[in-house]
Design a protein around this ligand. Sequence first.
Ligand SMILES: CC(C)(COP(=O)(O)OP(=O)(O)OC[C@H]1O[C@@H](n2cnc3c(N)ncnc32)[C@H](O)[C@@H]1OP(=O)(O)O)[C@@H](O)C(=O)NCCC(=O)NCCS
Length: 220
Amino acid sequence: MDGMAHGGGGRHDGDAGGGGGPAGGGYTIVDLAAGGGDATEQAARLLVEGFREHWPDAWPDIAAAREEVAEALADGGRIARIAVAGGTVLGWVGGMPMYDGRVWELHPLVVHVDHRGRGIGRALVADLEARVRERGGLTVYLGTDDEAGMTSLAGVDLYPAVWDHLRGIQNLRRHPFTFYQKMGYTIVGVVPDANGFGKPDIMMAKRVGGAAAGEDGPSR
Ligand SMILES: CC(C)(COP(=O)(O)OP(=O)(O)OC[C@H]1O[C@@H](n2cnc3c(N)ncnc32)[C@H](O)[C@@H]1OP(=O)(O)O)[C@@H](O)C(=O)NCCC(=O)NCCS
């Protein structure tokens, strides 16, 4: 729970489970609960600001975001990790156990708009995977919505050839499914019309532990 990992210049050891001081000039990944100061309020603001453009219904206001953060903290079974530098929260990732802890849902993931493209998202995902592995989890799973026509799965009727649509998926406007693919995640399904007609939820998963997995997982 108190594993600490470090990032600096975009580099990060996602498997770091021990302690140590913050990397100079970089950021540190710690439990949200250990963030101190107004870390929880910053985390809530990140949700509102980070999802506003493409997922405005996710956390429409700060009250909804505060509720999400409070839930993440109140449930001791969850994982909530933040990337911090000098008291500023640069991003956060959450994990919730499913299937008796064999599978963990990654929810949510957000990086501060001013700090994207520096490897922080990658580092947070790697950190979550390490924490899941520590807890004996086998799989990290997530759903990533397309409510704004960002992929070829949006705005069309996915039935009946759902898998043909998935096989031919195109990223039209930097939808994050490509980010997750770069992290080794595989599309394992889709929930058509999850957010209204033509607005699907794309399901992705990655094996992160278990006998069949190498130290870094088989698909990186
Ligand atoms: C998606 C998000 C978490 C990525 O964080 P980030 O810190 O910018 O990502 P990184 O810098 O670690 O990027 C890692 C790789 O993914 C790529 N990538 C990042 N975002 C991407 C996107 N939206 N589409 C395609 N590729 C993307 C990067 O180019 C980089 O590729 P490289 O390794 O080939 O250089 C961030 O953009 C964000 O918070 N977005 C808004 C909220 C969101 O989409 N959350 C996930 C919803 S389920």
